[in-house]
Design a protein around this ligand. Structure first.
Ligand code: PLP
Length: 340
């Protein structure tokens, strides 16, 4: 049987030979002492890429979000985010458990919130209420099937939040997917935000690492918080080298992932499956009884996750080739036919 096609997540990629070579030859130092030249170079490059004062290299997107939330809030504050936002569902309630904040979820189609809902959610200044301190936006939106946030709406969200005295954080785990798909640079997409995070371990194909960026004061606090969380590491240049390699070699190619995702989506639609047309590298497909369908699909060499009782999510990444596209469509069709 040919190799399995793993569409569970874009986090399953393995470092390419070129990336491994960059890691092996990275110039290293003790990053906790501020001595790792490769980390210093990565942080400077990331800050410039998103148009912020400074950046901090952290082990994961989860830690990046937690730090970003902590540096813009106090214990007992309330944070506004979308109903399907990553920190609410998939970050082990770290915002509550470690930053001591309450998360309040707002509705919106595919991760896109309405500025009026932000205005309506902000609490009055009274001793009964938590202080509404922060708005988080996710671009692309994972739970929304890789949705690229419409920029005019993002601007309106940030403007509403700013007028009401809220800080703004952009969870840009897949910000460069959004940037490549929209043709709008990462700095412009992050313009209205005080902090922005993005990940190297997803579409960019590095084995680990994310970055949180923002103004100098917040990033100073962020560095202390990273240390408190145990996220300050020593010769991290070995990982920063993979991230730099990814920025050099794996950004433009995200367009290939998006094209393949669109081809899979079109093929599945032609075969009669209902789905949300993808913006980027994620497509959510209606399959009926999703757990059973996904288990059957694995026996046809295609792996993915169910995301609801009736839908499966496919995530395309640099381990997926053009030849895999018809194989995915054939596997879906075969599973549906065998269930009839
Ligand atoms: C939108 C979003 N934010 C944050 C994260 C967390 O990243 P990590 O898995 O590196 O902790 C993810 C992970 O998939 C994500 O999709």
């Amino acid at each position: 049987m040919s190799r399995p096609i793993d569409l569970r997540s874009d986090t399953v990629t393995l470092p390419t030979p070129g990336m491994l070579d960059a890691m092996v030859h990275a110039e290293l130092g003790d990053d906790v002492l501020g001595d790792d030249p490769t980390v210093i170079a990565l942080e400077a490059r990331c800050a410039e890429l998103v148009g912020k004062d400074a950046a901090l290299f952290v082990p994961s997107g989860t830690m990046a979000n937690l730090i970003a939330i902590e540096v813009s809030t106090r214990r007992g504050d309330e944070v506004l985010l979308h109903d399907e936002a990553h920190p609410f569902h998939y970050e082990t309630a770290g915002a509550a458990g470690l930053a001591g904040v309450q998360l309040r979820r707002l509705p919106g189609p595919r991760g896109v919130m309405d500025p009026d809902d932000v205005r309506a959610a902000v609490r009055a200044d009274a001793p009964h209420y938590p202080r509404t301190a922060l708005l988080c936006v996710e671009d692309t939106h994972n739970g929304g099937g890789g949705k690229v946030q419409p920029l005019d709406n993002t601007d309106a969200l940030c403007e509403a939040a700013q007028q009401l005295g809220l800080a703004r954080h952009l969870d840009g785990a897949r910000l460069l997917n959004a940037s490549v798909a929209s043709g709008i640079g990462a700095a412009r997409r992050a313009q209205g935000f005080d902090t922005v995070s993005f990940c190297f371990s997803k579409g960019l194909g590095a084995p680990a690492g994310s970055v949180v960026c923002g103004d100098a004061a917040r990033m100073q606090r962020a560095r202390r918080m990273r240390k408190m969380l145990g996220g300050a590491m020593r010769q991290t240049g070995i990982l920063a080298a993979a991230a730099l390699y990814a920025l050099d070699h794996h950004v433009e190619r995200l367009a290939d992932d998006h094209r393949r995702t669109a081809e899979i989506a079109r093929g599945l639609q032609t075969a009669g499956f209902e789905l949300q047309p993808p913006d980027t590298n994620i497509v959510v497909v209606e399959v009926g009884a999703a757990s059973q369908f996904v288990a059957d699909l694995a026996t046809h060499g295609v792996r993915c996750f169910p995301v609801s009782a009736t839908a499966a999510r496919l995530v395309v990444h640099l381990g997926i080739t053009d030849d895999d596209v018809p194989r995915v469509i054939d596997a879906f069709t075969a599973v549906r036919e065998s269930a009839r």
